[in-house]
Design a protein around this ligand. Structure first.
Ligand code: GTP
Ligand code: SAM
Ligand code: SF4
Ligand code: SF4
Length: 317
């Protein structure tokens, strides 16, 4: 379904928990500011996915907090699978991945994005608060062994880790990662108070563009993508104050406390469907119908956060 700005709804981003085993200095926590930590049950997430599919959603992204901390993660994936979504992916810090990648594959997870913000041990700890680089690398390797494809790495560029970017690119090439997201710091959550570490991406993007053998624009967020001679695809994720990025936004978020949140940056553009998910007196059909109303309302209030403002002068007679 298309919103007032001509943008289709195709993707549901689900926050599974606010709990995390890392403490990255910039964490945006998906723009959610709530006391709730644990998130919805597999059944509740499955119900929302089922309705989302009716509205045109084709893909679901699992995020958090740290999604791998949910012991019922395989069950969540199976519930989403039965809703008819075509592409189920997860973004993770990778710390627990080596132990569970196989179970997630069996449950029906299609692909994984793993955050890797440094490749020197001290710098990794400085960014994430945890001395966990080796375990994350083991998680990346196990995801590859299990046959997840594509595997993407996420690198948030900041003044504190900018010298790590080249190492992460080289590592990605060496071990045969499919795609690397180079991400600009967003001023959301902790990123608001640590935005002084924001580092422009322009120079790095120019260097990458110079050596790329192919460049293209992805439909999602109109993100630029460059294929390096090694075959690694580097995607530039620059959402801040970028109307083009928002013009290509195709997603709605499901928060830990059962709200349809229409934008990472906005707490006012939110529709609460918790009543439909939690009231025990409702029949299944009543629940689904209420969630449908929730999606209709969410689509009607969706808007790009960053927009071009046009000033139209009245014509002089
Ligand atoms: N502002 C903004 N940032 C986003 C949005 N979606 C993802 N991001 C940011 O993009 C970075 C990468 O996000 P991922 O969770 O890897 O997912 P993705 O890039 O959306 O998805 P795929 O490439 O399809 O796997 C993170 O820093 C996200 O916060 C969005 O809709 N708006
Ligand atoms: C909020 S995390 C949740 C998933 C998981 N815990 C992880 O870190 O991969 C989702 C993605 O957003 C990125 N991220 C977090 N805070 C950010 C910020 N302020 N600006 C840009 N990206 C950010 C993370 O690096 C990660 O790739
Ligand atoms: S970015 Fe991810 S790993 Fe880092 S603190 Fe936030 S939720 Fe945890
Ligand atoms: S409207 Fe823009 S800022 Fe908001 S979620 Fe979509 S891309 Fe992100």
């Amino acid at each position: 379904m298309i919103d007032r700005y001509g943008r289709p709804l195709e993707d549901l981003r689900v926050t599974l928990t606010h709990v995390c085993n890392f403490s990255c200095f910039f964490c945006h926590m998906e723009g959610e500011d709530t006391e709730s930590m644990q998130g919805l049950s597999p059944h509740q997430i499955g119900l929302v996915s089922r309705v989302a599919v009716e509205f045109g959603v084709k893909s679901v992204k699992l995020t958090g907090g740290e999604p791998t901390l949910r012991r019922d993660l395989p069950e969540i994936i199976r519930e989403i699978r039965t809703s008819g979504v075509r592409d189920i992916s997860m973004t993770t810090n990778g710390f627990l991945l080596a132990n569970i990648a196989g179970k997630l594959k069996d449950a029906g997870l299609d692909r994984i994005n793993i955050s890797l913000h440094a490749l020197t041990r001290e710098k990794f700890k400085d960014v994430t608060g945890v001395d966990g680089m080796d375990r994350v690398i083991a998680g990346i390797r196990e995801a590859k062994n299990q046959g997840f494809k594509p595997i993407k790495l996420n690198f948030v560029l900041t003044k504190r880790n900018s010298e790590e970017a080249k190492r992460v690119i080289e590592f990605s090439e060496e071990i045969g990662i499919d795609e690397l997201h180079l991400i600009e710091l967003h001023p959301v959550g902790l990123g608001r108070s640590t935005f002084s570490f924001h580092q422009g991406m322009e120079e790095l993007e120019k260097e990458i563009a110079k050596i790329a053998v192919k460049s293209e624009i992805r439909e999602k967020h109109f993100r630029p993508r460059y294929t390096l001679p090694s075959g690694l695809v580097v995607e530039i994720v620059k959402p801040y104050a970028n109307p083009i990025f928002c013009a290509g936004c195709n997603r709605v978020r499901l928060t830990v406390d059962g709200k349809l949140k229409t934008c990472l940056y906005r707490d006012d553009k939110v529709i609460d469907v918790m009543y439909a998910l939690s009231n025990k007196d409702l029949t299944l059909e009543e629940r689904l119908e209420l969630i449908r109303h929730g999606f209709e309302a969410a689509i009607s209030i969706r808007e790009p956060n960053f927009k071009y403002m046009m000033k139209i002068e009245a014509q002089q007679a």
